[in-house]
Design a protein around this ligand. Sequence first.
Ligand code: HAM
Length: 466
Amino acid sequence: MPIKKKTIKSTKKSAAKKPATEKSTDASQNKPAVPKGSLKDVRLVRGMKDILPEDEKYWRHVFRTAEELMRESYFDRLETPVLEYTPIFTRAVGENTDIVEKEMFSFTDRGRDNVSLRPEGTAGVVRAYVEHGMINRPQPVKLWYFGPFFRYDRPQSGRQRQFYQFGSEVIGDGHPVIDAQLISLVGEFFKRLQIPVTIQVNSIGDKESRIAYGKALMDFLKPHKHKIDKEILERYKKTPLQLLDVKDDELQLLLDNAPQIVDYLTPEANQHFVKVLEHLDELDVSYQLNPKIVRGLDYYSHTTFEVMPEGGDKKLNALGGGGRYDKLVELFGGREETGACGFALGVERVIAQLKALDIRMPDRKPPEVFLAQLGDKARQKAIKVLHELRREGFRVAETFSKERLKSQMEIANRLHVTFTLIIGQKEMIDDTILIRDMENGIQEVVDSKKIVNELKKRIAENHGEK
Ligand code: HAM
């Protein structure tokens, strides 16, 4: 068959038509992003990671465990885009947080809109809840997601600039049983993966509780001010609660003796927290109280929690976290006082833990049949047989690009197949297929039309033996 030649358009002309912003230059350095002839930039962006085929079994196992758990709990999957208008995050997560101040991948797009790669999932999900009028569905709306997130963190063990989260949000109900059920789901997820964890729980109460506690905390720190980094004090003077989350050993040592927020909760906030703990007991979830779990994002109120690894990779921080955020829907233009609660778990950290604990992944089943062929005609027939066998539900492997039988048999052996079907020139003439039992090496000629039944029979016999 004649092959049509592609017409290659002049690139000069199309380059001239590009809008000014579309130049293929790195604006900050005003030079081509990839210098001509240089391979310097043909590599991974710092902090990003490829997910290699050898790790696929971990990813599949974590995803399937998450999917199964959420489906059987009647949660629905919602995936939001990785790109959102920047104010979605600045408003929800908070201007004064590490994520917004230092870690967002933000840029102005070609239409001059300020957009950001999502650093977390809750803001996008709440945006979608409001934008799609999910308030009109039966409440609460129970959602889950599994996808990539982006933070300009300092890359190190357990910290990447693109990472995956498995998360969930339950929106439209403020009942404390929801908080407990979500914590219980998190516990169940780790139980199914056989990863031992401790779930640490706290309450940061409502706004009134936090104002009262912030004052108490500052009063406590006053006599120790000289021991605290001035920059830290200045930064958190308006949000003193966040001091509990600052990674500074000296400060944390000092805060070990600080008053605890649970003693400053308003009666309503205290009642909510007590109910959450009661429900956790009813659900048989083990947890630890940790008064320092305040979370580094502004939208939280009441319950906060974090999942800490027990054993395994010592360098890993929290495997996940979450909490209640009753004001966010309203902040995004939704109905006032729409209760909401959720969690997100770091998938790379979960996988690091599976590896560190040497937990065996379910293996992919080896193919039952390998299809080998000799010559062009036989390959054409083998392609048809392959489709037929797959339609019949057999697990079939092949390497049709290989010519020599020896190299094909090597691959069949490596894949630990049960039977190899060989179609050579003689088989083509006779309309037969040679079937080789890989365990004992016995070969038999079978009529092509009978191959499906013959394989079914032999595979059933094999199962019977086991
Ligand atoms: P977060 O604590 O910021 O919460 O993130 C959840 C988890 O994502 C962390 O515990 C960690 O396992 C993982 N993670 C965070 N940053 C990185 C990173 N740079 N590299 C690798 N893993 C990372 C949230 O994102 C909230 N949206 C959780 C939530 C949902 N709260 C309510 N609903």
